[in-house]
Design a protein. Structure first.
Length: 253
């Protein structure tokens, strides 16, 4: 399949549902979840972990067609991975059934939509660095093209921040990431159109300028909790020990 994924067995199986981790824009399983200790800590907590590299990221393919990166297509790939991993619909009296989700940034948007579409599969979800208005939808592709051509200054703040992320990310496939941006602009995030009914935990750094509207999102769903990370930005919130501990505790209820 086009999407690279991996199954991580727990250090000591607690008999709980597996956890699917969905990374952010210009990141990967290695950067978002392994280097920051998420896979290790979840395994040590007795959780089976499923990791995925989204198209154009990490070890996954980078199609040339923009439509391949549409969020609906990316979610279809995630569902395919869950099927291959043997995830079955949740049952109230079977703690190992269904799946828990953890997303970061773009991954949180996909997790929100997946949890809303498939409540039969999803138990709980953690949404880190998530914005009510997808910053990628307002990305200035023309300014990015000028920057790549002659290093022209990008005046649009969020575009400049995202381009910086792309430039700093080891092994980033810039053309593929720009195709992803174009696909997201054509399929914008509408959080109020379909809202998850499962318990949600929002985690946001209090200095994260890319994750705006956390309280707006939390107000849309019926069963939510929110954790603010002091002095954390969009780039370093995911490595927070408090983030990991809160997520593991929340998913383990």
């Amino acid at each position: 399949m086009l999407t690279s994924w991996r199954w991580h067995e727990p250090a000591l199986d607690a008999g709980l549902a597996p956890v699917l981790l969905v990374h952010g824009f210009a990141s990967s399983t290695a950067l978002n979840w392994e280097a920051t200790g998420w896979v290790r800590d979840l395994r040590n907590a007795g959780r089976r972990v499923i990791t995925v590299d989204l198209l154009g990221h990490g070890a996954s393919h980078a199609p040339l067609e923009t439509d391949a990166y549409a969020p609906s297509r990316l979610r279809a790939h995630l569902l395919e991975v869950l099927t291959l991993a043997g995830v079955r619909p949740r049952e109230v009296d079977q703690p190992a059934s269904g799946v828990d989700l953890v997303g970061y940034s773009l991954g949180s948007r996909l997790v929100w939509e997946l949890a809303a579409e498939r409540p039969d599969l999803i138990n709980r979800a953690v949404l880190g660095g998530m914005s009510a208005v997808d910053p990628l939808a307002d990305f200035d592709l023309e300014a990015a093209a000028r920057f790549l051509a002659d290093s022209s200054v990008i005046d649009h703040e969020s575009t400049a921040s995202l381009m910086s992320m792309m430039q700093l990310a080891p092994g980033a496939n810039t053309p593929a990431l720009l195709r992803l941006v174009a696909a997201i602009k054509a399929e914008r995030f509408e959080p109020g159109a379909s809202v998850p009914v499962r318990p949600l935990l929002f985690v946001t750094g209090d200095r994260d300028v890319l994750a705006t509207g956390t309280t707006v999102l939390a107000a849309l769903a019926a069963d939510t909790e929110t954790l603010w990370l002091p002095a954390r930005t969009h780039l370093n919130a995911v490595s927070s020990r408090a983030f990991k501990q809160a997520a593991i505790e929340f998913l383990g209820r």
